[in-house]
Each structure stands twice: as C-alpha cells, then as structure tokens.
Design a binder for this molecule. Structure first.
Ligand SMILES: C[S@@+](CC[C@H](N)C(=O)[O-])C[C@H]1O[C@@H](n2cnc3c(N)ncnc32)[C@H](O)[C@@H]1O
Length: 245
C-alpha cells in the first residue's frame, strides 16, 4: 500500500515538473534536482555579487549563447553609474550581444551590426542639451544571426521599485524572444535581475553579475520567486508551490 502511494506521488510530482518546464517556470536542470551547473566558477541561474570587469575574463570561451544586458549609461545620477563601454572587449569571441547604452552613451560603443529601439510608451525624459523630450532608447546588437523585429514597444511599467533604473519584465522577455537560440543568457550588469526573471519564465538558463550586494539579494529573490511561480511577497511569506523541486 505504502509502495503504491510512493509511486503515485512520484509520478504526480514528475508530471507537475514537466508542466512547469513546459510553462517555463522551472529550468530543466533545476526540475531534475540534478547537479547544479557552473560556468567557470559561477553557478548558473543566479546573480553573483562581483565586479563584471573581473568576472567576465573567468568565463570559458563560448560558454553562453547570448549576452543581454543593461549596463550603466554614465548619467552619474547614481553612485554606480559610471560609463564602462570597455566591458564589451571582455566578452569572448562571437557571442551574440544585445545591450542598452543610452542615446549619449551609444557613441562610445563599437559599431554595432544593428540598432534596435525600445519605445517607452507613456514615458518621456528630458533630452538634455536639445531642450526637448526623448521617448525611446537604443539597443545595440552584435553577432546576431537574424533579427525578426527591431522595435520593442512597452509601457515603462514595474511591479517592483527596488532598483532606480529597473527595466520592465515585458521588455526583457521580448528581447530574449528575439534570440530564440539563446539557451544560456548572461547579464553582467544584472541590477535587480529582470533579465534573469525573463530567462527563467522562458525556460532558459541564466548567469548574472552585479556589483551591489543589495541589488544582488533583490535579484536572487525575484529569480527564485519566478522559478517557483510565486510573487516575491508570496516567497517571503513562505508560501509553497506545487512545482517545488
Ligand atoms: C542600469 S542598471 C541594471 C538594471 C537592470 N536592468 C534591472 O532591470 O534591474 C546597471 C547595474 O549595473 C551595476 N554595475 C555597475 N558597475 C558594475 C560592475 N563593474 N560590475 C557589475 N555590476 C555593475 C549597478 O550596480 C546597476 O545595478
């Protein structure tokens, strides 16, 4: 009797895991409860509190399929906001890259293969010396095999305001979807982990770097909540999920 119960329970849990993978809630290696994968010294599917300029050279060549990131623009509004376009020289070989850079910062980056745009619906910013307003942000693309669309239009909406320059989750999901071949995504300037949440929701693997311990903690909480199909509040309240590995 007990043996039957154990068999029925394990089949039910395996089905729940399969559904969770299909719905993009669990990444396959987490669902199997197997060994945690690492890239160089870094465990996958979390944000590591490190300086990206030191961590990037430690990654093995070609170990990620795409870099999708939102580095500091150098506007100096925050203490961390130093313009560092040289991070790109630390990304190995011919990895696909999609990076935000700000309109002014764009000129300091290597010439991209293509420039896309994020149209910030309902959100304008002053465009400084032009004394007007700016409604879009450039996205620089490098080493992309194909690009079916180059304009992403989303409201600048956030369900979480724990980071001053958080990007909308819808935007980062659309950007990941533009690179459907990218099973392993790296974000070296992860902030509050929006790229990681998008990757988890799409059933991809993710690696993040972030220099601030405070943002790292927020990012890992958001990623864990997304993986369990919970909100951060539900995770903090100790709510359980059917899909717990
Ligand atoms: C524009 S924010 C990213 C925001 C992110 N897209 C989000 O949705 O939360 C850039 C992040 O890069 C981090 N940063 C700045 N310099 C860094 C460095 N050298 N290494 C790693 N992270 C860094 C900052 O702390 C900041 O959180």
């Amino acid at each position: 009797m007990i043996a039957w119960l154990v068999i029925i329970l394990s089949v039910t849990l395996r089905r729940a895991n399969t559904a969770a993978i299909a719905n993009g809630i669990l990444a396959p290696n987490q669902a199997e409860g197997g060994e945690v994968k690492k890239l160089g010294p870094y465990e996958l599917n979390r944000v590591h509190c490190v300086d990206a300029l030191e961590a990037l050279p430690q990654l093995p060549d070609g170990c990620v399929d795409a870099v999708i990131t939102d580095p500091p623009y150098g506007m100096k509004k925050e203490a961390w906001d130093n313009h560092i376009p040289n991070w790109m020289s630390l990304v190995f070989g011919k990895t696909s890259i999609a990076t935000f850079c700000g309109v002014i910062g764009m000129r300091d980056y290597p010439t991209p293969d293509w420039i896309g745009a994020w149209v910030r619906q309902g959100s304008t910013q002053r465009n400084g010396r032009l004394r007007g307003f700016n409604n879009w942000e450039p996205i620089l693309f490098y080493n992309i095999p194909s690009l079916l669309n180059d304009v992403i239009s989303t409201p600048n909406y956030h369900d979480n305001l724990d980071h001053p320059t958080i990007k909308p989750i819808k935007l980062m999901i659309r950007l990941c979807e533009l690179m459907p071949y990218a099973d392993i995504i790296l974000d070296p300037f992860a902030g509050s982990g929006t790229t990681g949440v998008a990757a988890v929701l799409l059933g991809r693997q993710f690696l993040g770097f972030e220099i601030s311990p405070e943002y790292c903690e927020i990012a890992n909480k958001r990623i864990e909540a997304a993986r369990k199909g919970l909100t951060v509040k539900e995770l903090e309240a100790g709510q359980q999920t059917l899909f717990e590995p």
